[in-house]
Design a protein around this ligand. Structure first.
Ligand SMILES: Nc1ccn([C@@H]2O[C@H](COP(=O)(O)OP(=O)(O)OP(=O)(O)O)[C@@H](O)[C@H]2O)c(=O)n1
Length: 405
C-alpha cells in the first residue's frame, strides 16, 4: 500500500478533524475530486471537497455550524475553525432529461458508486485521512499517461451533463493533457448537446481553458471536436487567432479583446456578441474600451496600402487585417503573405492602362479601371502570372474588352 499513499498537504491536514468526526460516527469520508487529482500531480491545492457515506441530515446532526448550500444534491457546507468545507453525500445521478445536471439524485453508502458517476477518471479519485488513494477507475494510471478519459462509457457521461465535454478541453489546457481517443470521438458525436447548457456555465469553462498554461492544446480540441460551433457567435478565425498568440493570457478582458481582434466580427457587432455571452456590463465596457483603443492605434500605425493589399491577398475585410496585425506572431504571418505577393500594386502589373487602350483601340472609361481591377485580382489569386502575353490571353479568353460601338 506504501506507493498508494501520499504525504498530506496542509490544506488536507487542516480538514482532518472534519473527516475524523465523520469516521468516529461510523461513516466513511474521503477527500475527492480536483484536490486529490492536484495533490497527486504535485500541484498547489487551495480547497478540498469531502464525500461521505453520511446522509445530509446525519452530517447536519454531527456538526454545530452548517449551511445548506445544495441540500437537494446532498451538499452541506460545514464550518470548522476558520475554514468551510463542502461535504457531499455519496450519490448516484439517475434521471437526466435535459443534458444538464441531474434532476434527481439518489444517496448511496458506497464510495465506488459515487465515483462511478463522475466525469473523468482523473477526477474520480478519493483519498482517506491516512493519505491512501482509492482508485477504482485507473485514474492514477491516466494521470501518469497524462490522459483525460471519461469514466465508463463516454456517451453516458456526456448525456448526463454536456458541459463535461467542454471541461475535457479545459483540463487539456490547464494540465497539458491529451484527451483519450474514445472520449474525443464521443465529444465529436455529442458536441451539439452543448447548446442545452447555460451560457454562464460555458463561459466559466471557456475562460478557464484560455487561461490554461497549454491553452492551444485545449483550443485545438475545442475546434477539432466542433464544440466551438455550439457557443454563441464563435468563429474559427477568431479561435485560430488566439492560437497564434504565444504569450499566455493573464485575464478575461485580455482574452475577449484578443478574440474580437482576430474574429470576423465587425466593430458594430461587438456589443451584441459580448451580451450573448452574458458578460457583466462592467466587463463589456472594459472590453469595448480596450478593443476600440487597439483599433485606433492600428489605424495610425499601419499604412492603408499595406492593409489593402494584405486584405486582397487574404480575402479579408480591412477590419480583420487590422485584427491580424495586432499581434507580433500574426504580424509575421501577414508579412509572409505580403512578401509573397506577386505584385504590390496595379502599377506592378506587366500590362498598363495605356497598353490596353492602344491594343484595343478603345476610349478610356470605367471599363478600363474595372478591367485592371480584375487583372490585378487574377494575378493576386495566382490564376495567371504577371506576364504581358499571359494577361492578354486571359483577357481575350474571358472576353473582357467591351465591344466597339
Ligand atoms: N460536470 C461535472 C462537474 C464536476 N464533476 C465532479 O465533481 C468534482 C468537482 O468539480 P469541480 O469543483 O467543478 O472541478 P474540479 O475537478 O474540482 O476542478 P477545479 O477545482 O480545478 O475546477 C470533479 O472533480 C468531478 O469529480 C463531474 O463529475 N461532472
Amino acid at each position: 500500500m506504501a506507493n498508494n499513499r501520499i504525504e498530506l498537504d496542509n490544506v488536507f491536514i487542516e480538514a482532518l478533524p472534519v473527516l475524523n468526526k465523520l469516521n468516529s460516527a461510523g461513516f466513511e469520508a474521503y477527500f475527492v475530486g480536483g484536490s486529490v487529482r492536484d495533490a497527486l500531480l504535485n500541484h498547489e491545492v487551495n480547497d478540498v471537497d469531502i464525500a461521505t457515506s453520511a446522509f445530509p441530515n446525519e452530517v447536519k446532526k454531527l456538526f454545530k455550524k452548517t449551511i445548506d448550500v445544495g441540500i437537494e444534491h446532498g451538499t452541506v457546507l460545514v464550518l470548522s475553525g476558520e475554514h468551510s468545507y463542502e461535504i457531499t453525500t455519496f450519490r448516484t445521478e439517475s434521471t437526466y432529461q435535459d443534458f444538464r445536471r441531474p434532476d434527481s439524485v439518489t444517496f448511496v453508502r458506497s464510495l465506488k458508486e459515487d465515483l462511478k458517476r463522475r466525469d473523468f477518471t482523473i477526477n474520480a479519485l478519493a483519498m482517506d485521512g491516512d493519505g491512501v488513494i482509492h482508485d477504482y477507475f485507473n485514474g492514477k494510471e491516466d494521470l501518469n499517461s497524462r490522459l483525460i478519459k471519461a469514466v465508463g462509457i463516454p456517451d453516458e457521461r456526456f448525456n448526463e451533463d454536456a458541459l463535461r465535454m467542454l471541461r475535457a478541453t479545459r483540463f487539456a489546457a490547464q494540465l497539458d493533457f491529451e484527451i483519450d481517443r474514445h472520449t474525443t470521438e464521443a465529444i465529436k458525436k455529442h458536441a451539439a448537446l452543448l447548446s442545452h447548457i447555460a451560457i454562464e456555465r460555458i463561459q466559466i469553462e471557456f475562460i478557464k481553458m484560455l487561461l490554461g498554461k497549454s491553452k492551444n492544446k485545449g483550443l485545438l480540441y475545442f475546434i477539432k471536436t466542433n464544440l466551438y460551433a455550439y457557443c454563441p457567435g464563435l468563429d474559427k478565425q477568431g479561435l485560430e487567432g488566439l492560437i497564434s498568440i504565444e504569450k499566455p493570457f493573464e485575464n478575461e478582458i485580455q482574452i475577449w479583446v484578443s478574440y474580437l481582434m482576430c474574429s470576423t466580427l465587425m466593430p458594430t457587432e461587438v456589443r451584441g456578441f459580448l451580451r450573448s455571452w452574458k458578460l457583466s456590463n462592467k466587463n463589456i465596457q472594459d472590453i469595448e474600451t480596450v478593443y476600440m483603443t487597439a483599433h485606433e492605434r492600428l489605424h495610425k500605425q499601419i499604412s492603408k496600402e499595406t492593409i489593402y493589399k494584405v486584405g486582397k491577398r487574404l480575402s479579408l475585410e480591412t477590419e480583420n487585417v487590422l485584427a491580424l496585425l495586432k499581434y507580433d506572431s500574426n504580424r509575421r504571418l501577414v508579412e509572409k503573405f505580403y512578401n509573397d505577393l506577386p505584385i504590390y500594386s496595379k502599377k506592378d502589373l506587366a500590362i498598363s492602362g495605356k497598353d490596353l487602350l492602344k491594343l484595343t483601340d478603345q476610349k478610356a472609361g470605367i471599363w478600363l479601371g474595372d478591367l485592371l481591377d480584375r487583372v490585378e485580382q487574377a494575378v493576386l489569386d495566382q490564376e495567371i502570372e504577371n506576364d504581358y502575353s499571359q494577361i492578354l490571353k486571359w483577357i481575350t479568353a474571358n472576353q473582357l474588352i467591351p465591344k466597339q460601338k
